[in-house]
Design a protein around this ligand. Structure first.
Ligand SMILES: Nc1ncnc2c1ncn2[C@@H]1O[C@H](COP(=O)(O)OP(=O)(O)OP(=O)(O)O)[C@@H](O)[C@H]1O
Length: 284
């Protein structure tokens, strides 16, 4: 039994440079991003300044008419105190597909993921998300963009409630009233039978089941980007395979999936592209 409640709320890491994203509701990963507001399946045209929309507004998650990568990092540096922990001269990540991130402990993988989750901003350089420079944005705009990005951590963050309430929570926060079908669909995506699990409480779940419920809670609102940091670290092979299946399924529907893992055997068959992060440098 490892399901537990954690509001998942933490502020920007102390000791980091001052260039954090200006949002007073800067919820860290976990339940925080579930509470962040409405996910946007479609991205409005205004977040693609300069993109070549010649046939009307861009409407798809995976927009084939936009020539703007989903993420563009240029000269991005992230520091903790005086120490540079990430230094990315240039990195583009296109929309769609599954990107794997590997590298040794302390290499900078989670630091990169937090930037991509729009939870931290570069200390130097520019991070563009869907064509929009993230650092200089208002808190409101940042919060809006962040609603389309979700981060699943190694530790499942669950509310002290039923599986149904956990998975419905993010949807309810986004103003969705009728959550029943979406909750069932999300549980099916992570291979948990809704008839069996819907009314289980958080403490009636194994660690692997809790992690899949945490993932279902994020998939329920169809995020544009799903980031996962070591999602299978404490899971057995079967649960890890179910997480991989869910990642493939949502990537097939247009969600961009970016996943950090030390388990190369699990990650390599899953990922379309692998980034290596070592000593703060990114290759691949
Ligand atoms: N809040 C912080 N304050 C100071 N240093 C930090 C902080 N967070 C991370 N670091 C440092 O930044 C570097 C990169 O850490 P990060 O967590 O990104 O590595 P990682 O590749 O995800 O490692 P692991 O595989 O162990 O999870 C490490 O040297 C770490 O000590």
């Amino acid at each position: 039994m490892s399901g537990r409640e954690d509001n998942g709320v933490s502020r920007m890491s102390p000791g980091s440079c001052e260039h954090n994203i200006p949002a007073d509701d800067a919820l860290a990963a976990g339940a925080g991003d579930m509470a962040d507001g409405a996910a946007s399946e479609a991205h409005p045209e205004e977040i693609h300044p300069g993109a070549a929309h010649t046939e009307g507004p861009c409407t798809g998650v995976l927009c084939t008419r936009c020539h703007v990568p989903l993420y563009q990092l240029e000269g991005v540096v992230r520091r903790h105190g005086e120490r540079t922990v990430l230094d990315v001269p240039r990195l583009d990540i296109t929309a769609g597909g599954i990107t794997g991130v590997v590298g040794p402990n302390g290499g900078g993988k989670s630091t990169l993921l937090r930037l991509l989750a729009l939870l931290d901003a570069p200390c130097r350089g520019e991070l563009h998300f869907a064509g929009e420079a993230v650092g200089p944005l208002s808190a409101a705009r940042t919060a809006e963009l962040r609603r389309s990005v979700t981060l699943l951590l190694q530790e499942p963050y669950l509310l002290r409630r039923s599986v149904y309430e956990n998975v419905a929570f993010g949807l309810s926060m986004r103003g969705v009233r009728d959550t029943a079908d979406a909750v069932r669909g999300a549980l099916e995506l992570v291979a948990l039978d809704p008839d069996v699990f819907l009314h289980r409480r958080w403490f009636e779940l194994s660690g692997g089941e809790a992690q899949r419920v945490a993932l279902a809670a994020r998939l329920a609102f169809s995020p544009r980007v799903l980031l996962m940091d070591e999602p299978t670290a404490s899971l057995d092979e079967d649960s890890a395979a179910r997480i991989a299946d869910a990642a493939r399924a949502v990537a097939g529907r247009g969600t961009t999936v970016i996943v950090v893992s030390h388990d190369r055997d699990w990650l390599e068959p899953l990922a379309d592209r692998i980034l290596k992060v070592r000593r703060g440098l990114v290759e691949g």
